[in-house]
Design a protein around this ligand. Structure first.
Ligand code: FES
Length: 106
């Protein structure tokens, strides 16, 4: 997926420092300070968590930190809203299953 490099209202995207991070053990790149969800989307990752009861996939919905659909485990901390959390170098991001990183957990 490509990034928007020139927006008609916001203008050109400021150049940022490229950093590496991992998602479920896979090494990815993103711009430091951009929302984690943006970096994931550029890398083709749309599912952030699975619901506890029905194990349904969820991803970015509101993108303003209100709905919690984008929560993931970041550096070992569950329920981090990735749409409003800035990306940092060497972050460890994991898909959240219920409130854990174990598939099939509640
Ligand atoms: S997408 Fe709604 S809180 Fe992140």
């Amino acid at each position: 997926m490509d990034r928007i490099s020139m927006h008609p209202i916001l203008g050109e995207r400021p150049a940022g420092k490229v950093v590496t991070f991992t998602c479920d053990g896979k090494t990815l790149e993103g711009y430091e300070g951009e929302p984690i969800a943006s970096a994931l989307r550029v890398n083709g990752i749309m599912v952030h968590r699975y619901t506890a009861k029905r194990h349904e996939p969820r991803g970015v919905f509101c993108a303003i930190g209100r709905c919690t659909d984008c929560v993931m485990i970041v550096d070992g901390v569950p329920n981090v809203r990735t749409c409003i959390t800035p990306l940092k170098a060497n972050m460890v991001v994991e898909t959240q299953y219920g409130v854990t990183n174990k598939e099939g957990s509640k």
